[in-house]
Design a protein around this ligand. Structure first.
Ligand code: DP6
Length: 331
């Protein structure tokens, strides 16, 4: 590679309804079960990658946060995967920016690694199809593979790397549902998902959860295709609770919920009993993703914002997949 090659991509975060929480292969990030998510239009990362023959080492600049050495190494290790395919050892300059506050508890690894993968592949001059890009993104961060395709996305668990990819099951305009993300804390979580996922086999209930997750895949995929809100919401809640049951019964146990998390869960159930049909899901943190139908979303957002301990509510529609953009983060 003799000339400079540069590309910028924008990728959204995503929220999973059937979750990735357990791996059969840690290095390749092959999950124990398939998962289904929607992209979050309101939370995205923009990343510029440039291959520069004048550099003697990789460089990264992440606006608004300082990455520690381990995090930076994980980024460059991921670029190595692209360098290997492109057969180059040219160093890169990377700059990345989130439109949501880092450390607000919104998963940033999904959007970050999706944007990094697609930008690096383009900058390296590779023409990979979407499936190949999801396979690559998955190895950087599992959930990132679901941020590459558009809309509602399924990640097939697969027994080999080539079989473990993500694809769209429905476009963003298929169904107007919203994710109201109730931000409850701004500190970084105590146990990151990478570590939490490594612990699943220490829970005596893990095999049961994986069996049930396979069933949830069929139920939730069908509910999305049929736009069946009750079926979708009830199964999404069950699946989320099971993830946390595994975390709480791992050795050592991991407790992601805070008292505010519990307050939101109880409020959602109460609102539902009063006739406002809304459901929750929770990732590896204390924030609660409250799912709403488009027509109910503003009302629910207001109710959430009034709960004690809720700092902010991010209102997201269904987002598109990772896209190339013109505006680079550096010259
Ligand atoms: C709870 O994708 O962050 O959000 O592969 O180690 O980077 P790594 O894990 P990550 O885990 C996400 C876990 C989750 C559930 C989900 O998004 O499916």
């Amino acid at each position: 590679m003799t000339n400079n090659h540069k590309a910028t991509c924008r990728a959204t975060s995503n929220i999973a309804f059937v979750k990735y929480w357990g791996r059969t292969n840690h290095q390749l990030r092959l999950p124990m079960n398939g998962s289904i998510s929607m992209n979050l239009a309101a939370a995205y990362t923009t990343t510029t990658v440039e291959f520069d023959p004048n550099l003697d080492r990789d460089q990264i600049d992440v606006t608004s946060t300082a990455l520690d050495e381990k995090q930076a190494a994980r980024v460059f290790q991921h670029v190595d995967r692209i360098r290997e395919i492109a057969k180059t050892d040219t160093r890169v300059r990377v700059a990345s920016q989130n439109n949501f506050p880092m450390g607000a508890g919104i998963a940033s690894s999904a959007s970050a690694f999706a944007a990094l993968t697609v930008a690096s592949a383009h900058a390296a001059g590779l023409s990979l199809d979407e499936k190949q890009l999801t396979i690559l993104a998955r190895q950087g961060s599992g959930s990132a593979c679901r941020s590459v395709p558009s809309g509602f996305v399924e990640w097939h668990y697969g027994k080999t790397s080539e079989d473990s990819f993500a694809e769209t099951i429905a476009s963003p305009d298929h169904w107007d549902i919203r994710d109201l993300i109730a931000i409850t804390q701004t500190e970084h979580k105590a146990v990151g998902s990478t570590k939490g996922i490594e612990l699943v086999t220490t829970s005596p209930f893990n095999d049961t959860r994986v069996d049930l997750a396979h069933q949830s895949m069929d139920i939730i995929r069908q509910a999305i295709l049929d736009r069946h809100w009750t079926q979708f919401g009830e199964e999404t809640e069950r699946e989320a609770i099971r993830l946390h049951m595994i975390a709480m019964t791992s050795d050592p146990p991991v407790f992601y919920w805070s008292p505010v998390t519990m307050r939101i869960i109880k409020s959602v159930i109460e609102w539902r009993n009063e006739g406002l049909e809304t459901y929750f899901t929770i990732d590896a943190g204390a924030n609660v993703h409250v799912m709403a139908r488009g027509e109910d979303a503003d009302q629910i957002q207001e109710k959430l914002a009034n709960l004690e301990g809720v700092e902010q509510v991010i209102h997201s529609t269904v987002g598109h997949g990772t896209q190339l953009v013109e505006a680079h983060l550096f010259r």
